[in-house]
Write a protein that binds this ligand. Structure first.
Ligand SMILES: Cc1cc2nc3c(=O)[nH]c(=O)nc-3n(C[C@H](O)[C@H](O)[C@H](O)COP(=O)(O)OP(=O)(O)OC[C@H]3O[C@@H](n4cnc5c(N)ncnc54)[C@H](O)[C@@H]3O)c2cc1C
Length: 398
């Protein structure tokens, strides 16, 4: 019943991903991280992402019938781990492009899936990318007060979608949107008369604007932008599910899958930090012996291994359950994201400690890993919020 071995197909995909990382990402990850201006970094990042077109990593979950890879969650998870071990920012770029398809996968009608998935997979673009725009400058704040009694979450979405004949007009601002300036298509959450709803917006639609590219602390190869929607008109068929007001349940459905994917990215980043720290601790000689032989250092190294094994096991269980059930396991998926990202923060911080002063210097990779880790406790829902959500699920018996 329990089998942790990879299939031949998974081994083959991983080999291609590993080769792509070794050839295209690892040699430039540090250099790109050090560029101060995101407007300079992002076009170079996009060029590299497009070189991976043949791997089809931007639409891994789109079913084969629509020209996608139709991969299961476990396979997507191990690919994300591998990408993140090379560079978390690149993993984030491809992560969001897959996450953006989830509202359509979960709530879309057959006609909508047929249309948009084929547009993506049959595109002449070098690589068709999607973004998912939820967050807004004032904070959309998943309201967790009423839910204890009602079981219903509410959101404070200020971006509006107003019905005008056969069209919706979308107005508002979104911030911190991964892939924002690079994506061909943006799945945007906007308030309708019946509540928050997801809309598909091709990014060449008039009124869709990139306000600026963001300058990030870590994940500096992850394209991230503030966006404005200034009277963007989309046909009513672009409303996912064709019914207004399904945005919150689609959002929670997305998190049920994507939290475990993000957990896999955290495991990959942790693995990279651990490998550096472990090697350094064996090679660095102080007082006539390798520092791993000092118990405090050795125990940090074994704690890293322990956390990585535990985070991967929890992540794989969440991914496996999401492959075997009709509905994702939102609770376990959230727990795996919280555990793996908290573990990544601790492991990368300890990796800097193992290096001593050298760990604080830009020429060693561990300070980058520590910066890369921090956002994983924030994006895809801050860990505080996810912990609250899990306690609510417990209370409501979900
Ligand atoms: C690099 C990066 C990439 C991102 N990519 C995307 C993207 O592609 N698409 C997208 O839509 N968004 C994206 N985000 C936004 C991200 O999901 C949000 O930043 C995150 O959900 C937190 O929302 P906020 O920034 O508005 O923080 P706030 O809502 O202002 O929260 C601030 C803090 O308050 C606490 N808090 C808030 N609400 C609760 C609660 N209910 N219970 C307990 N604690 C709470 C948490 O500690 C939280 O960290 C990205 C963010 C970053 C930094």
């Amino acid at each position: 019943m329990i089998d942790f071995s990879l299939t031949k197909e998974q081994e083959a995909i991983l080999k291609s991903v590993r080769e792509f990382c070794a050839k295209e990402i690892i040699p430039v990850a540090t250099e790109l991280d050090l560029i101060s201006d995101p407007d300079e970094t992002f076009p170079r990042v996009l060029e590299i992402i497009k070189k991976g077109r043949d791997l089809e990593l931007s639409y891994m979950l789109i079913p084969e019938d629509y020209g996608g890879m139709g991969l299961d969650n476990i396979t997507i998870g191990i690919i994300f781990e591998e990408l993140a071990a090379a560079d978390a920012g690149f993993a984030g770029n491809l992560g969001i492009s897959n996450i953006a398809w989830l509202p359509l996968m979960i709530g879309g009608t057959d006609e909508q899936k047929e249309k948009w998935f084929k547009i993506a997979t049959e595109s002449d673009e070098d690589m068709f990318l999607a973004s998912w725009a939820v967050t807004e400058p004032q904070g959309i704040g998943l309201n967790t007060d009423d839910v204890w009694e009602t079981g219903q979450f509410t959101l404070n979405v200020k971006t509006t979608a107003t019905k005008e004949g056969n069209y919706y007009r979308i107005d508002g601002e979104k911030c911190f949107i991964t892939g924002g300036a690079a994506a061909n298509l943006c799945v945007v959450l906007a308030e309708t008369s019946e509540g928050p709803s997801h809309f598909i917006v091709p990014t060449d639609t008039p009124g869709f604007n990139v306000i600026r590219n963001e300058n990030l602390m870590g994940h500096r190869t992850m394209i991230n932008s503030a966006l404005s929607f200034d009277g963007v008109k989309v046909p009513e068929e672009n409303l996912i599910s064709m019914d207004e007001g399904n945005g919150v349940s689609e959002l929670l459905g997305v998190a049920g899958y994507s939290d475990a994917w993000v957990a896999a990215i955290a495991v990959g980043l942790s693995r990279a930090a651990y490998e550096c720290a472990s090697t350094y601790a064996k090679e660095r000689i102080i007082g006539g012996k390798p520092i791993i032989q000092y118990q405090a250092t050795g125990m940090m190294i074994s704690d890293m291994s322990m956390l990585i094994e535990a985070a991967r096991a929890m992540t794989w269980k969440a991914l496996w359950i999401n492959d075997t059930r009709e509905e994702p396991d939102g609770k376990l998926s959230a727990l795996s994201k919280v555990f793996a990202s908290d573990a990544a923060m601790k492991i990368t911080t300890d990796a800097v400690q193992v290096y001593g002063g050298a760990g604080y210097m830009k020429e060693n990779p561990v300070e980058k890993y520590m910066r890369d880790a921090k956002v994983m406790q924030i994006y895809e829902g801050p860990n505080h919020l996810l912990r609250v959500l899990v306690s609510i699920m417990d209370y409501l018996g979900m």
